[in-house]
Design a protein around this ligand. Structure first.
Ligand code: NAD
Ligand code: WQD
Length: 343
């Protein structure tokens, strides 16, 4: 069975393509390479012995998108990762974010409708909860006003998908990711932030390898046990596997309603200092960091209630923080080594 993975050369997409292929699915990727590299399909081939098909174009291009679906009207499911995702950049370039993330979604849904395709999985985010009133946060928690245009594109997208699902023969699953980190154990694929990373873990590994001088820990006066902010970090492989489960659930007709929403988290929160400690333990490196002021817009603490996903999907995140940090470090080292060879 053929699965379309949009954004499939990106960080989470590439790990999901590996898991899909290892589960016997045929994969076709659409990506415009705005935040990834076409060579990733060779790395995926090195892991799975199968090279996924890659079509390079922008999903904001309606004609190309509809034309693609005309040529591939036998797709059993679509997993839509393609989006711009930098929170800070979205504040500076809101129109680019709304255009890219919303128009591409509408074009994909239109292409599916025109060809009678039914199964749609969407990459949503825990960012839709803002700072929840109750922890852990479950899928029924009220959504808070988005802190950024990026976060707003996820809320709007969920609404678009809900309305389109109600009006057409579509079946949809939105997966709300908590904080994905880590990399494939082969160290052939991983996260590749362009420029200075915004996210904690790539900043840690880049500091340890000497590309960044020092990590700033954004605030130690939060109302948490050690004063630093708490997140639910989830291994990207656990996350990728949940997509395979979601697609199979749709194909096998196991959905309870036409539009389902699931949290993808471990259910355990770690503070910034706990993440640093885990990194230092598994890497044997002493990390250069200082405590600075809070980062604007940051949430104090959030972690998932994954019980509904665990029960309904029969899926559970199994990899712990040390394993996440170990794989992130192995990926960083392998990538920089390869980069050195190229120069
Ligand atoms: P990524 O940037 O590594 O991957 C996204 C891919 O989509 C990239 O390869 C990019 O080139 C492609 N793309 C973007 N716009 C496109 C367009 N218009 N047409 C075709 N391709 C396009 O990001 P990621 O971390 O793998 O995230 C995947 C999805 O998960 C995104 O929707 C993101 O918002 C969501 N998400 C990510 C996180 C996270 O922390 N990484 C957390 C929650 C949700
Ligand atoms: C984690 C913790 C920081 C960097 C973002 C998006 C969210 C989602 C995931 C997509 C926080 C602290 C970080 C640094 C630090 N993406 N930190 N120094 O903020 O939870 O979420 O990515 O949907 O939408 O907002 O993740 O990795 O940036 O930060 O101290 O240099 O690490 O303050 O407490 P965040 P993050």
């Amino acid at each position: 069975m053929k699965i379309l993975v949009t954004g499939g050369t990106g960080y989470i997409g590439s790990h999901t393509v590996v898991e899909l292929q290892e589960s016997g699915f045929e994969v076709v990727i659409i990506d415009n390479l705005s935040n990834s590299n076409a060579e990733i399909v060779n790395s995926i081939e090195a892991i799975t012995a199968t090279k996924p098909q890659l079509e390079i174009f922008d999903l904001v291009d309606r004609e190309k998108t509809l034309n693609f679906f005309k040529r591939h009207n036998d797709i059993a499911g679509v997993i839509h990762f393609a989006a711009l995702k930098a929170v800070g950049e979205s504040v500076e370039k809101p129109l680019e974010y709304y255009r890219n993330n919303i128009e591409s979604l509408i074009n994909v849904l239109d292409g599916m409708r025109a060809n009678g395709l039914e199964n749609f999985v969407f990459s949503s985010s825990c960012t839709v909860y803002g700072q929840p009133d109750v922890l852990p946060v479950s899928e029924s928690a009220p959504l808070k006003k988005a802190e950024s245009p990026y976060g707003n594109t996820k809320q709007i997208s969920e609404d678009v998908i809900c309305d389109a699902t109600n009006a057409t023969g579509l079946r949809s699953i939105a997966l709300r990711y908590f904080n994905p980190i880590g990399a494939h154990e082969s160290a052939l694929i991983g996260e590749l932030p362009l420029g200075v990373p915004n996210n904690l873990v790539p900043f840690i590994t880049q500091t340890a390898i000497g590309i960044r001088e020092q990590l700033s820990v954004y605030g130690d006066n939060y109302n948490t046990p050690d004063g630093t902010a708490i997140r639910d970090y989830i291994h990207v492989i656990d996350l990728a596997k949940a997509h395979v489960v979601a697609v199979e659930r749709m194909i096998k007709g196991k959905m309870k309603k036409e539009f389902e929403i699931f949290n993808l988290g471990t259910g355990k929160g770690y503070s910034v200092l706990e993440v640093i400690k885990s990194f230092e333990k598994v890497s044997g490196e002493k990390l250069n960091y200082i405590i600075t002021g809070r980062r604007e817009g940051d949430i104090e603490q959030v972690w998932a209630d994954p019980s509904y996903s665990n029960a309904e999907l029969g899926w559970k995140a199994v990899k712990g923080l040390d394993e996440m940090m170990q794989s992130a470090w192995k990926w960083e080292q392998a990538y920089r080594e390869k980069d050195k060879d190229k120069r």
